[in-house]
Ligand binder design. Structure first.
Ligand SMILES: Nc1nc2c(c(=O)[nH]1)N[C@H]1C(S)=C(S)[C@@H](COP(=O)(O)OP(=O)(O)OC[C@H]3O[C@@H](n4cnc5c(=O)[nH]c(N)nc54)[C@H](O)[C@@H]3O)O[C@H]1N2
Ligand SMILES: Nc1nc2c(c(=O)[nH]1)N[C@H]1C(S)=C(S)[C@@H](COP(=O)(O)OP(=O)(O)OC[C@H]3O[C@@H](n4cnc5c(=O)[nH]c(N)nc54)[C@H](O)[C@@H]3O)O[C@H]1N2
Ligand code: SF4
Ligand SMILES: [Mo]
Length: 713
């Protein structure tokens, strides 16, 4: 007999409510939960696949140990945890605590238990060598918030439901469903901006699916957004349009910002950005006059040579035009479980460059080092070399710049343990794979994404299915490992204090921690209250929250020295010679039916036309004798891939695009569907040396490549 259950989709940031028809251990049907006041029944094609990983025959459901032949065989939890503790402890005793590194990936942000568990594990390890997808993603936004607003988690989100002008720079929310903007049904919300007489403008080197529903789309040369945004600021100041409004008394550095922008007139940057000066001026005027405008930049603006500057300037434009913290501008949610409040209460606001990576001197951020430095930190011998790695919910072999270099480094580790649902490109290098519960096997509350949400909302869903095999919750795996490692190292007062605090977290459990956060939070909710409203709670529109949320000095530093100091590098970009003849620049792309590297074993999602193709402009194709459907070699400093080309004028001239997360042909990975539709990894082409020099963030956009027809096989 089937029953109806509610759940929340944890596949992307949109947190759609789902209604499921379930029979025993089987999921029969998935529809959007029309009674969810936030997502109102919206879902995307991925929702139908929400259970595919759970029931995937390729899924890892028992602890696995790598055999001498390179395969994996089943071991008991007892042996696996014992061996992991033993090997890691010995490495730590011989080489110090920084010899163990961690890498945590994107799905952690979608599981409150995994997130809390990973924090505990890292605390127990006390290593400087923490890595994550953050430095291949939103790090610049977090750094801008730390510098300007005094807290790295204080990320403003577009008040999309009230804005009259949305400037989208380097984001494609119609496909990604929004990022640092939890907005289920974002396409409808964007269409509503236009329906109420507002405007949506897209700045992107590709005419995207979002551009297709916008008022205007302007092609931009990859990596030049900071120049464009400075020209917008130039215009705002030159034409006397700066109006910080209510926030004016809190803002420091307006004069310095104006002086900095004065070097970047729309005319001077236009030849480099490709956006005409009169367009820039008009957009600046419209933005300033809109009375509720949101300047929103994301992935394409972040993961490039000037990601830090771009994130800062986005925030600066908001402040200067009075759009930060005002209805219709960019605002701060009031989440029911308030991690920012908790962090602030503990005196944790974030950190930058407290220490640097050993080999290249790249800056720490929030206790992590840039993932672009992972391979060299493993491979370069000497004091402080990484000898062991723990990965959790991450696939850096496919997600990090120069993935093959990462893989070489992984293969050279003394010991590696991965907590993951698959034997994939990364975990195939692990000595041990520990199997976590997945999706509907665990309860769900979006600790991260309600804090980035365009409306205040909360929804909790209990687990629906029993865990398969011997899977355990990420929280339990991480805290158990933490406790054992802490116990082995418990010498002296500090060692024992660490051990005791890990045991306390373990005893409390993730669910009670969540309940505590909800009870202490601004909406005075609790798990019991949320359980009583299975379709979720609407907690109202976003409200002004400044100056209360600001850092200790309660000021907005609009022109931090850190960013001003990076402007000379940007000026060099203005003078940079054009690319070598024949060279093109590479950018990325997302697809609605895919999610980073790990949904490609779902047959229903990968069926149909291959997604992993190289998009290129007709003129660029013609000049090289390339036609749609033909195979091409794409070559960069780091590697070469052979892939099918698709010629399309949706690409800007001189720019080619390849999606990330593919390349599932590696020996030893065990994903039968994915390997039959392998594609190539764009990160075989990206370059660990091509980064944002200020922040260390990965540079995925703007990598120089050459494209030529591939010789017939
Ligand atoms: N060139 C290029 N590279 C990119 C990007 C790009 O746009 N272009 N995007 C970047 C971005 S934004 C991100 S966030 C990163 C993502 O980078 P990563 O987080 O490193 O990679 P994912 O592909 O998300 O892999 C997630 C891993 O977690 C596993 N997993 C899934 N669910 C769970 C779970 O519940 N528990 C555990 N323990 N494991 C789980 C999956 O099997 C998979 O191995 O990639 C970045 N890399
Ligand atoms: N379907 C699907 N949804 C996803 C994911 C997925 O893999 N698939 N991944 C999730 C994750 S981890 C994240 S972080 C979010 C990301 O969500 P978004 O930030 O929306 O990321 P993308 O869809 O990659 O869009 C980035 C856009 O930037 C453009 N771009 C590239 N380079 C430049 C540049 O130099 N300047 C400008 N102005 N634009 C540029 C690209 O053409 C692209 O349209 O999506 C999440 N949602
Ligand atoms: S938009 Fe995101 S949260 Fe909503 S159904 Fe699709 S994958 Fe799930
Ligand atoms: Mo991401």
């Amino acid at each position: 007999m089937s029953t109806t259950k509610t759940a929340t989709c944890m596949l992307c940031e949109a947190v759609c409510g789902l209604e499921l028809k379930v029979d025993g251990d089987r999921l029969l049907r998935v529809v959007g939960d029309a009674r969810d006041p936030f997502s109102r029944g919206h879902i995307c094609p991925k929702a139908a696949a929400i259970d595919d990983v759970r029931i995937d025959p390729d899924r890892v459901t028992y602890p696995m140990r790598r055999t001498r032949g390179g395969g994996f065989s089943r071991v008991s939890w007892r042996d696996a945890l014992g061996e992991a503790t033993d090997r890691l402890s010995k490495i730590r005793e011989a080489h110090g605590r920084h010899a163990i590194a961690t890498y945590v990936g994107n799905p952690l942000a979608h599981s409150y238990g995994a997130l809390l568990g990973s924090i505990t594990l890292r605390q127990a390890l006390g290593t400087r060598n923490n890595f994550s997808a953050t430095s291949a993603d939103q790090l610049p936004h977090m750094l801008a918030s730390l510098e300007v607003l005094g807290h790295q988690l204080l990320l403003p989100v577009p008040d999309i439901d009230r804005t009259q002008f949305m400037l989208i720079v380097g984001a494609n929310p119609v496909v990604s469903n929004g990022s640092i903007m939890t907005a289920p049904g974002v396409k409808k919300r964007l269409e509503a901006v236009r329906a109420r007489g507002g405007k949506v403008i897209v700045i992107d080197p590709r005419r995207t699916e979002t551009a297709a529903i916008a008022d205007e789309h302007h092609f931009i040369q990859p990596g030049t957004d900071a120049l464009f945004l400075l020209a917008v600021l130039y215009t705002i100041f030159a034409e006397g349009l700066a109006r910080p409004g209510r926030l004016a008394p809190l803002v420091d550095g307006l004069g310095a910002l104006e002086a900095a922008a004065a070097d970047f007139s729309p005319e001077s940057v236009a030849p480099v950005t490709g956006i005409a000066a009169d367009v820039t001026r008009r957009l600046a005027r419209e933005l300033a006059a809109a009375g509720g405008a949101a300047c929103y930049s994301r992935m394409g603006a972040c993961t490039q040579e000037f990601g830090g500057l771009t994130a800062w300037l986005t925030l600066a434009i908001d402040v200067v035009t009075g759009n930060l913290d005002r209805a219709g501008g960019n605002m701060f949610p009031t989440p029911a479980a308030d991690l920012i409040g908790l962090a602030s209460a503990l005196g944790r606001r974030g950190s930058f460059a407290r220490y640097r990576s050993r080999v290249r001197g790249l800056p720490e951020f929030g206790g992590e080092l840039p993932v672009a430095a992972l391979a060299e930190e493993i491979e370069a011998p000497g004091d402080g070399q990484i000898r062991a790695l723990i990965t959790m919910a991450g696939n850096p072999a496919l997600s990090s710049p120069n993935g093959p270099a990462v893989e070489r480094a992984l293969a050279s580790l003394e010991f590696m343990v991965s907590v993951d649902v698959y034997i994939n490109e990364t975990t195939r290098h692990a000595n041990l794979i520990l199997p976590p519960s997945f999706g509907l096997e665990r309860d769900h509350y979006d600790l991260v994404f309600y804090a980035l949400s365009v409306r205040n909302a909360a929804r909790y869903a209990p687990a629906i299915f029993a865990k398969r095999g011997e899977a355990r919750d990420d929280f339990d795996i991480a805290t158990e490992l933490a406790a054992r490692l802490a116990s082995r190292a418990a010498r002296g007062l500090r060692g024992w204090a660490t051990f005791a605090s890990v045991r306390a977290v373990q005893a409390l459990g993730a669910r009670r921690m969540l309940d505590g956060l909800l009870r202490a939070g601004p909406h005075k909710l609790s798990l019991a209250k949320l359980r009583a409203s299975p379709h979720g709670e609407d907690l109202g529109p976003l409200e002004p929250r400044l100056p209360k949320l600001l850092g200790a000095d309660r000021r907005i530093q609009i022109a931090p020295r850190l960013f001003l100091g990076d402007l000379p590098r940007l000026k060099q970009r203005l003078l940079a010679p054009p690319l070598a003849p024949g060279a093109l620049v590479l950018i990325g792309r997302r697809h609605l039916r895919s999610n980073n590297s790990w949904l490609h074993n779902s047959a229903r999602l990968v069926k149909g036309r291959a997604a992993c193709v190289l998009l290129m402009h007709p003129e660029d194709a013609r000049a090289r004798g390339i036609a749609s459907g033909g195979a091409v070699n794409v070559r960069s400093r780091t590697g070469v891939v052979t892939v099918v080309a698709e010629v399309s004028d949706e690409m800007g001239r001189g720019v080619v695009s390849l999606p990330h997360g593919w390349g599932h042909h590696r020996q030893g990975a065990q994903q039968s569907v994915a390997s039959s539709r392998a594609g190539v990894s764009v990160n075989d082409l990206t370059d660990e040396q091509f980064i944002d020099a200020l922040t260390g963030n990965a540079g995925f956009s703007g990598v120089t490549v050459e494209v030529a027809p591939a010789p017939a096989p």
